[in-house]
Structures are given as C-alpha cells and as structure tokens.
Design a protein around this ligand. Structure first.
Ligand code: C2E
Ligand code: CA
Ligand code: CA
Ligand code: CA
Length: 280
C-alpha cells in the first residue's frame, strides 16, 4: 500500500462515514417530519401550448429541517423509499394535495386544473396502495379525475405484470397516468406499448440538448410524433430557453413545464399564476 493510498483510504472511509451519518440523520428526522410542519408541497405549472393556459400543476415535495436545513428531494426521496417512510409520506402528499385542490376550487370556482402527484415505485408496489389512495380521495371528497399520477419507468422492470394491474385499477378509479422522465435511463418501448398511460413526460436531459444538438431534435420530434399516434398527451419538462419552446411548438408538443414558464411555487401563488395569461 502506497502512502498516498493510505491517505486516500482514510479520506475515503471518512467520506463513507459522513454519508452514513447523514443518511441516518435524514431517516431519523424524516420520520418526525411527516407529522410536523417541516414538509410542504410546491406546485409547478404545466403550460398548454394549444390552449395557451395552465392545464395543471405538479406537486413537488419540499423539506426544511431545523438541523439539516433545506434537503433536496433527490437526496431524501431515495432514503424515504429504502426505509419504507415513503408509504406514510406518500399518503401525506396525496391528502395535502387533495385538500389544496379543494381550497383552490373554493377560491376560484369553475377553474379546470389537473393536479399531478409523483408516485414512487416503492409506494405503488406496497400491498395496500389501492385501498390507501382510494381511502384518501374518499375522505377528502375529491374525484380522482382531477388528479394525475406521475410514475417513473425504472421500477417496472422487475414487477411488470403487477405494475400493469395496479395501474389498470388506478385508471378504473379515474386517475390519469403519466410516464415520467421518459427518455432518461431505463426507457423502454415496452412500457409505452403495455402500460395504461395517457401522458408521456419527456425528460429534461433530452430537452437540455434540444437547441444545439440536431440528433436530439430528431429524437424529440420523433418521440412526440410517436406519442401522438399512440393518442398520448406529451409534456416536455425542464424547458428553460425560448429556443427550446420554439422547437417544441413546431413539433406540436402539447404542454411544457420548466423555469421558462415558472419554477415550482407555494400553493398560495397558484391562483395568481392561473390568472396570468402572459407566462410565455
Ligand atoms: P421530477 O418528478 O422529474 O420533477 C422535476 C424536477 O425538476 C423538480 O425538482 C423541479 O423543481 C425541477 N425542474 C422543473 N423545471 C426545471 C427547469 O426548467 N430547470 C431545472 N434545472 N429544474 C427544473 P425537485 O422538486 O427537486 O424534485 C426532484 C425529484 O424528486 C422529482 O423529479 C421527483 O422524482 C422527486 N420528487 C419530488 N417531489 C416528490 C413527491 O412528492 N413524491 C415523490 N415520490 N417524488 C418526488
Ligand atoms: Ca414528476
Ligand atoms: Ca420528471
Ligand atoms: Ca426528472
């Protein structure tokens, strides 16, 4: 073992320990966060390019802990999944989004707004997921037809048949189903062919390259055409630049989401955004 090797080892082991400690802290604090005031939902609009209005909003979880500060969902969602916390957390998310939807309807009667929530694969595959989600929507007196469930394809690999069955049941309850992050990582045409989905969300990584990579222009325009022939609504996510918007318009993309339109905002700002017609 070289001297530098030894140093590397020490540095490496400290880092692993730091990571472990942080994971443990996150897991421990997250358990209490669900019943406290630390979690909130922010909402990011989906802009309809045909109707020129906000078609819906996606609920995105935010967590600020007194000790840890703001923690990104990219960091804590995987920990919530591996520890099983995601199941109770997911129920909190559904319930909170339902109550918020009811509040918006009171504030702005007659509005048409689809609320999307992210459903983790672990959450979807818990034994009583259907009973749980049905329970929440019954309790809160919300018709599932106002809600969309965004699911990622990564989980479907091992439990494909089971996932199809669950999604069919959710569909029968009235939920819309979107395949999230399409074009990233695990994308398979099998999912598009066999999952009972109504909407495809094209991943930000494909949109990022759109303005300066001719190949990604071919890929994205072809994906949109394919989705349309499958009667799917297409949402492009992570749109930040006017050039990207311009190209997506020429490809007849249905909806866009991204900082160009709006960042995710607290619930009380959503009604204000709904009445702004110059977001684009
Ligand atoms: P996602 O579902 O793909 O959500 C989109 C992420 O991209 C969000 O990050 C959003 O804030 C961000 N984003 C949107 N537009 C832009 C843009 O134009 N530029 C850039 N740079 N970013 C943009 P966020 O809120 O940090 O969430 C990260 C991921 O964590 C989400 O990715 C989702 O997989 C997961 N997540 C967030 N909230 C929930 C939740 O309530 N439940 C579950 N299961 N997962 C969640
Ligand atoms: Ca999503
Ligand atoms: Ca996404
Ligand atoms: Ca994503």
């Amino acid at each position: 073992v070289k001297e530098t090797g030894k140093n590397n080892y020490r540095w490496f082991s400290d880092t692993i320990e730091d990571i472990r400690t942080r994971r443990m802290l996150i897991e421990q604090f997250l358990k209490d966060a669900i019943n406290g005031e630390e979690l909130t939902l922010h909402y990011q609009p989906k802009w309809d390019l045909v109707q020129n209005k906000i078609a819906g909003v996606e609920a995105l979880l935010r967590w600020t802990n007194p000790q840890l500060g703001h923690v990104s969902p990219y960091e804590f969602i995987p920990i919530a999944e591996s520890s099983g916390i995601i199941n109770d957390m997911g129920e909190w998310i559904m319930r909170t989004a339902c109550r918020q939807f009811v509040a918006w309807q009171k504030q702005s009667p007659g509005m048409s707004l689809i609320v999307a929530i992210n459903i983790s694969g672990v959450q979807l595959l818990q034994p009583n997921f259907i009973e749980r989600i049905q329970g929440v929507f019954t309790d809160e007196n919300v018709d599932p037809c106002h809600f969309e469930l965004e699911v990622t394809e990564s989980f479907a690999i091992e439990n494909f048949e089971e996932v199809i069955n669950i999604l069919v049941e959710l569909r029968n309850l009235g939920f819309m189903i979107s395949i999230d992050d399409f074009g990233a990582g695990y994308s398979s045409m099998k999912y598009v062919c066999q999952l009972p989905i109504q909407c495809m969300k094209i991943d930000k990584t494909l949109i990022d390259q759109l303005a300066d990579n001719v190949r990604s222009q071919v890929v994205v325009s072809t994906l949109i055409e394919m989705a349309h022939r499958l009667k799917l609504t297409v949402v492009a996510e992570g749109v930040e630049l006017p050039e990207q918007l311009h190209l997506l318009r020429t490809y007849r993309c249905d909806q866009i989401q991204g900082f160009l339109i709006s960042k995710p905002v607290p619930a009380d700002r959503v009604i204000e955004l709904l009445h702004t017609n110059d977001l684009v």
